[in-house]
Design a protein. Structure first.
Length: 280
């Protein structure tokens, strides 16, 4: 949605106009109230972020469920949709984690007040990836439905899709908007007070003249997640999947903990087959 229509955004713009980078102006304009004071990003722990592993198991042992595509291009669209949904979940959780860390400190441990910008920068990077993955995932979902898969799934509100696609275009074409003039909505030059990179606020993210609420991002991820479950005909095991546990990278210090089945190894054929199932 257009950021100009949101009262909080108008206040933020007003503050930005008053704020100056030079020390003299900064002292003159004090006190300055930050617009970001609390990270109100909904949790996504109710969704499993390694769904691609289920797809690999489906294809490797016994074949995919009846509702899942079995031939190209459907197989490629479905695999990409699952992988991108996993990616959106992981990147959203990482953005949420870093933004909370930026404001409160890890594990809710208070820290001395100081300038700690690195977590915020990482949160911005992760949020860009969320928007990109969602836009691509929504396209895969729509193309699968055009092929006849999951046509009974709930319809995604057009306005929500527009928010993601518009922001993705701004991210991908920010250089054009900074250096070239165009009449296309996604390529028009940024105005002086508009952020030329994703800016994170308490409840929403914005760039240029467009914004999206964090709760709407979770809603869109949920649409993709439930569409996958509809096609597979099963739900991911369990109720809660703490994303801090199911992250992409797990580092053990010393000897990895023993687990049931940890001494079982797949053949070279199974090893390569599982990898190939991701992209072929």
């Amino acid at each position: 949605m257009r950021s100009e229509g949101h009262p909080s955004c108008r206040c933020a713009s007003a503050r930005l106009r008053r704020y100056r980078l030079s020390m003299a102006d900064q002292d003159e304009e004090q006190p300055f109230t930050p617009s970001l004071t609390e990270a109100r990003l909904p949790s996504v722990d109710h969704m499993f972020n390694q769904g691609m592993l289920n797809v690999i198991l489906d294809r490797t042992f016994g074949g995919p469920p009846a509702g899942v595509p079995r031939e190209r291009p459907g197989v490629g669209l479905f695999n990409n949709l699952v992988r991108l949904t996993d990616k959106a979940l992981r990147e959203y959780d990482a953005a949420r984690f870093e933004l909370i860390d930026y404001l409160r400190g890890r594990d809710d441990i208070p820290r001395q007040r100081g300038v700690r910008t690195s977590p915020y920068i990482r949160a911005v990077d992760h949020m860009e990836n969320v928007i990109s993955a969602l836009a691509r995932g929504l396209s895969s979902r729509a193309r699968l439905q055009a092929l006849g898969f999951g046509r009974d799934a709930p319809r995604i509100p057009a306005a929500l899709q527009q928010d993601v696609v518009r922001l993705r275009d701004m991210i991908e074409h920010a250089d054009d908007r900074l250096t070239k003039g165009s009449t296309r909505p996604s390529r028009q030059p940024f105005k002086d007070q508009e952020p030329y990179a994703v800016r994170l606020e308490n409840d929403w993210a914005w760039m240029g003249d467009w914004k999206i609420d964090y709760r709407d991002l979770v809603t869109l991820i949920t649409y993709l997640y439930e569409f996958i479950e509809l096609l597979r005909g099963v739900k991911a095991a369990g109720q809660d999947h703490p994303q801090s546990v199911t992250r992409t990278t797990v580092t053990f210090i010393g000897t990895p903990p023993s687990q049931p089945g940890a001494n079982m190894y797949g053949s070279d054929y199974l090893w390569e087959l599982s990898r190939q199932s991701v992209s072929h």
